[in-house]
Design a protein around this ligand. Structure first.
Ligand SMILES: NC(=O)c1ccc[n+]([C@@H]2O[C@H](COP(=O)([O-])OP(=O)(O)OC[C@H]3O[C@@H](n4cnc5c(N)ncnc54)[C@H](OP(=O)(O)O)[C@@H]3O)[C@@H](O)[C@H]2O)c1
Length: 269
């Protein structure tokens, strides 16, 4: 059977996407090309009816070609993948910092291309991906690309890629800011007299639990949730008075996001 979903690069992100496709029953549609496959992923793909590193004839006419290699490998991989363009697939690139113009140069300017920016929680299906189609992507191709990307979590479409540096600075780099928050809470717990391993467990579970609430209650925004747990004159209020004095945390976060966006712009040139 010919495979219609071609995944090129089944590393951390590519395999995470493919695990989502398998969970949705798309296993028999998948062909993955990966020089160094993770054995657990390889077994899962095979069990689901997918193919790993198949012969060319089995992927002659893909409907979607997902490019999930590191940005530095992408030019060579995309130039090679351009051979599938005659079958009119939608190409989906998840490489950070590689814009549609470059992708069109490598894949051909008639290629239908979606540039997507996932983030690390995609590895557990809890990511958020921001995607931009080029002018060649049909409605059906956008729907297919969207369905494939949603395997990694939430999906936001942008009509043009100009805000992508800001997206990179908020959702792309964002998980690291939250990890830093957990580190800082743990260190502060130690300073307040807790044993380091207990402080680390409390900080980790608290950050994860607060994230789960944000996810489970989308109708309540972050500010509402914060206000809900802040009793007047209570302990949380005492801490927030420090964090929010003169907008201290807000100002720091604004500078951090600006620095990340600036760097994304430099790297993308
Ligand atoms: N990880 C993140 O948080 C994140 C977030 C946003 C975007 N992204 C983007 O996602 C892409 C993949 O990142 P990743 O973290 O998944 O990287 P990764 O784990 O290194 O996965 C890339 C895989 O592609 C394989 N590969 C190399 N050359 C290939 C070729 N010619 N054909 C087929 N496969 C090939 C690599 O094999 P070898 O190991 O043998 O080289 C590797 O297994 C990157 O472009 C990155 O910018 C990642």
């Amino acid at each position: 059977m010919s495979r219609t979903l071609l995944l090129i690069g089944a590393g951390r992100m590519g395999a995470a996407l493919a695990r989502g496709w398998i969970a949705e029953g798309r296993g028999p549609e998948i062909a993955a090309i990966e020089p160094n496959p993770d054995p657990v992923f390889a077994r899962a793909l095979k069990k689901a009816g997918g193919l790993l590193n198949p012969k060319g004839a089995l992927i002659a006419a893909p409907k979607a070609v997902v490019l999930a290699v590191k940005p530095q490998m992408l030019e060579a991989v995309a130039r090679d993948a351009a051979r599938f363009a005659a079958a009119r697939p939608v190409f989906v690139s998840i490489a950070a910092g590689v814009g549609l113009a470059k992708l069109e140069t490598w894949l051909g300017d008639r290629a239908a291309i979606v540039r997507a920016m996932p983030n690390l929680p995609a590895a557990v299906g809890e990511g958020v991906t921001v995607a931009t189609p080029n002018g060649r992507v049909s409605r059906a191709q956008k729907a297919l690309a969207g369905a494939l990307l949603k395997a990694a979590g939430a999906l936001e479409w942008l009509d043009d890629e100009s805000p992508i540096d800001a997206v990179t600075a908020v959702s792309g780099s964002g998980p690291a800011y939250v990890f830093l928050l957990a580190e800082a809470m743990a260190a502060a717990g130690v300073a307040a007299g807790l044993k380091p391993d207990l402080a680390a467990r409390l900080a980790r579970t608290t950050v994860a639990g607060a994230g789960a609430l944000l996810s489970a209650w989308p109708e309540r925004d972050a500010a509402t949730l914060r206000r809900d747990v802040t009793s007047p004159g209570g302990t949380t209020e005492a801490a927030l008075k420090i964090l929010m004095a003169n907008d201290a945390l807000q100002k720091l976060m604004t500078r951090a996001v600006q620095a990340a966006a600036r760097r994304a712009g430099e790297l993308g040139r």
